[in-house]
Design a protein around this ligand. Structure first.
Ligand code: SAM
Length: 247
């Protein structure tokens, strides 16, 4: 593939919702580990890809070797708005995710729902901790795409580890809806039901009245006097690990 064709391909992949741009080594590592279908993997000629693979992901070595093409550093620099310091960037297929299937699942693990989140780094951090804690998936509403390359960087590509999708609104389902809100009942043992949807609000506005009104439980994370709220991703981490540790 000639260099201009590749530059154009990466540019158009950013606007294609069937594809994912993986900027950097750690998103690529997790994408491979969790079964992504890779379309194009390119490394800068002056990068450290071999060393990174040997050190952090020997399990991904065969896939990287099968797909990678080494290109000049000046061409590599044109493939992303900010050049990945790890010297690798890739395009992969976006998996098809069924929110209905995710919500229908009877597994005790919770679904994390973010209502209208604004910050892509928060969205990525939420996906990362949701994958780590063993959540059933992450759903978002609002305009932000949880597969946006910036969210993929922040999640280190763990969008591939659990189902992640954007929805227009939360459909009716059998799962108990637990809203996590500073005005709720302080979190304690026994307050998080099994198989729940854990819903978190936007960074500035918090949760909408509509979602608060639909909730079966409203839970807060206790804070020291004078503190207004936690960062969105931090709040998700606290609640997910309370659930994981059996609180
Ligand atoms: C930055 S906070 C939003 C703050 C917003 N001004 C409010 O009062 O809800 C983003 C989200 O994180 C969650 N959150 C943050 N701190 C919390 C706390 N102490 N208790 C419960 N939820 C919290 C809530 O879901 C909240 O909607």
């Amino acid at each position: 593939m000639n260099h201009q064709v590749r530059i154009d391909r990466f540019r158009s992949a950013r606007g294609d919702h069937t594809l994912v741009v993986l900027e950097g080594f750690h998103p690529l590592k997790h994408a491979i580990r969790f079964g992504a279908e890779l379309l194009d993997v390119v490394a800068a000629e002056d990068g450290d890809l071999e060393k990174l693979v040997a050190e952090y992901a020997p399990d991904a070595a065969a896939k990287v070797a099968e797909h990678v093409r080494v290109i000049p550093a000046d061409v590599f620099a044109k493939l992303a708005p900010v050049t990945p310091p790890t010297g690798v960037i890739a395009i992969a297929m976006r998996p098809k995710v069924s929110p209905v299937q995710m919500l229908d699942d009877q597994d005790p693990a919770p679904v994390v729902m973010l209502e209208n989140p604004r910050n892509l780094l928060n969205i990525g951090a939420v996906i990362r901790v949701s994958a780590a804690a063993g959540a059933a998936g992450v759903l978002t509403t609002g305009p932000q795409d949880p597969w946006n390359p910036a969210a993929v960087i922040a999640a280190t590509g763990l969008q591939y580890a659990i189902p992640v999708a954007r929805i227009d609104s939360l459909p009716a389902c059998h799962r108990p809806l637990v809203v996590i809100d500073p005005g709720g009942e302080p979190l304690r043992q026994g307050l998080l039901p099994s198989n729940a949807i854990l819903a978190f609000g936007a960074e500035r506005e918090g949760l909408s009245r509509e979602l608060l009104a639909r909730a079966t439980h409203c839970v807060s994370i206790p804070m020291a006097p004078g503190v207004s709220s936690l960062n969105l991703a931090t709040a998700v981490s606290a609640v997910l690990y309370a659930w994981r540790l059996g609180l």
